[in-house]
Ligand binder design. Structure first.
Ligand code: HEM
Length: 448
């Protein structure tokens, strides 16, 4: 039997390195170029980190040897300050139960039912933009966050997020900065210590919880219950005890879905508009598809399958800017990946951002080219060369929902508006929480 070795990597502890703290993405990228597809980092004495870029290793960790890994406590603990024990965080039997319970809401038939919510809110946003003077400047990231929150609220919980949209999106952004600091800062005070940051976070969490709890209370007061995800989780009974979820459990699930269901899609849409600006040839193919398929009428749910190029733009955007750019795992037992030894309790990062640029699997990886996502091209590729939605049993439950939503929203907005950059500052990436554009993409709305 071959003797397992430790993968190559830098010798210094990265926790003490300013360049890692200031530019995680750049530093990991540099290490990938220097050391190859499986890299060992010393974080602190006693804490090791492994970056697994190669699709074979990704498939091993997320799928074929997934039982040796769990979500990394270092990342899930700070996240659970906001999401509690919701489905993104939970493990084992609790997770299996949650997943079984929610899965029907994401089946194809349910998605067709909510597609009209997507087109309706996208059209409402068009009408809102039409009410602005031509050439008005908007904050694109913020606008997409509002729109995707409206959609997820109505689609999953039949709730009009209405006047809570601004408050939720603003407050949520402040909490993500805090959570990211909790994940990446070495020394932090526990939440019960009344530092200004802790107090601010608790206040923000209270605001978000109040909005989510009102959705649950509102439903309890309704006479007739819509058949939606909220009804499924509120009606679920434990098979052994017959008991229903507590208010805290319900709150955790609602908060998890509000967060997971809007942040990722909003940054995807923002990046898509940014990439279209830089690639007029792709934009004109998009406009051509929209004209041919829609013939000047607004998109309806059935158009989703008639807009393959629009969807390919979304898929290519998710390749270059996967919102969940690195999935954190922890080994529960010692493991071996491609002949290298990975000890128990090690932190393992599976970075879609780099795998999606792997030159053995992607020609001209930095180039924005939606044609990579024709059926023929997709079927030729390694299954784990592309995983914006993760993989294996923990694959994103909302992946089809997200692709449908982003496709329908992009076509609806691009049909009526051309977006031009309203700032000449270069756009850089902010990998805090999700992979966001740093300056929020101020854009000028020009009517088409
Ligand atoms: C472009 C949009 C989206 C992206 C890129 C994305 C990405 C991901 C990824 C990578 C995971 C797996 C995380 C891991 O393995 O550690 C995940 C899980 C999850 N996503 Fe998404 N997501 C998107 C949209 C959505 C939407 C629209 C919803 C709900 C409406 C959603 C709900 C969830 C849930 C509940 C999980 C946890 C699933 C589980 O652990 O069983 N996501 N997502």
């Amino acid at each position: 039997m071959a003797i397992s070795r430790t993968p190559p990597g830098p010798s210094a502890y990265i926790a003490f390195s300013k360049s890692y703290r200031d530019d995680r993405l750049g530093s990991y990228g540099q290490a990938w170029k220097t050391y190859g597809d499986l890299i060992h980092f010393k974080v602190l004495p006693g804490l090791d980190l492994y970056l697994a870029v190669h699709p074979e290793a990704v498939g091993h960790i997320l799928n074929s040897h997934g039982q040796a890994y769990k979500k990394a406590v270092r990342a899930s603990k700070p996240l659970s300050l906001l999401l509690g024990e919701g489905i993104v965080i939970s493990e084992g039997e609790t997770w299996r139960r949650q997943r079984r319970l929610m899965q029907p809401a994401f089946h194809q038939q349910s998605l067709w039912n909510v597609a009209s919510v997507m087109t309706r809110f996208a059209q409402k946003r068009v009408e809102m933009w039409e009410s602005y003077p031509n050439g008005s400047v908007i904050n694109l990231v913020e606008q997409m966050q509002q729109l995707t929150l409206e959609i997820v609220g109505e689609a999953l919980f039949s709730a009009d997020m209405g006047e809570n949209v601004d408050s939720f999106t603003h407050t949520f952004r402040r909490t993500t900065k805090f959570i990211d600091d909790q994940i990446n800062t070495l020394f932090k005070f526990p939440l019960w210590v009344p530092t200004p940051q802790n107090r601010q976070f608790i206040q923000n969490r209270h605001t978000l919880n109040r909005i989510a709890m009102n959705l649950i209370r509102g439903r309890r007061q309704q006479q007739s219950t819509p058949h939606d995800l909220l009804a499924m989780i509120m009606g679920a009974q434990d098979a052994d005890t017959g008991s229903r979820m507590s208010d805290q459990e319900l709150l955790d699930e609602v908060m998890t879905l509000l967060v997971a269901g809007h942040e990722t899609v909003s940054v995807t849409l923002a990046w898509a508009f940014h990439l279209l600006l830089k690639h007029p040839e792709v934009l004109s193919k998009l406009q051509h598809e929209i004209e041919i398929v829609l013939n000047d009428r607004p998109p309806n749910p059935d158009d989703y399958i008639r807009l393959p190029y629009t969807r390919m733009i979304i898929e290519e955007t998710l390749r270059l800017f996967p919102p969940a750019w690195a999935l954190p795992r922890e080994t529960m037992i010692e493991d071996e990946i491609q002949g290298y030894q990975i000890p128990k309790k090690a932190l393992v990062l599976v970075p879609a951002y780099f795998t999606h640029r792997h030159p053995e699997f992607w020609e001209n990886p930095e180039e924005f080219n939606p044609e990579r996502f024709t059926q023929a091209e997709t079927s030729k590729r390694h299954k784990f060369a592309y995983y914006p939605f993760g993989g294996g049993p923990r694959i994103c439950i909302g992946n089809q929902f997200a692709l449908m939503e982003a496709t329908l929203v992009l076509s609806t907005l691009a049909q009526r508006f051309h977006l031009e950059p309203a700032s000449d500052k270069p756009v850089s990436i902010d990998p805090t929480f999700t992979l966001r554009p740093k300056n929020d993409l101020p854009m000028r709305l020009v009517r088409r």
